[in-house]
Write a protein that binds this ligand. Structure first.
Ligand SMILES: [Zn+2]
Length: 47
C-alpha cells in the first residue's frame, strides 16, 4: 500500500503534476496550485 491520501481544499487553482516518470508511462496527480494538496488519486498515463 502507498501512503497517498486524497485531500480537499477550498481553492480552485488546479494543475496536473507528474509525480513519477517511467519509460513509456507517467504517473500524474491533480494538485492545488495554492496549497499543494493532492486532490485526486495518482493516475498512470501511457505516453
Ligand atoms: Zn488549495
Amino acid at each position: 500500500m502507498n501512503s497517498f491520501k486524497v485531500e480537499k481544499c477550498p481553492h480552485n487553482n488546479r494543475v496536473l503534476r507528474v509525480i513519477e516518470s517511467v519509460a513509456t508511462s507517467e504517473k500524474t496527480v491533480l494538485i492545488c496550485k495554492d496549497c499543494e494538496k493532492q486532490l485526486s488519486e495518482p493516475k498512470t498515463d501511457c505516453i
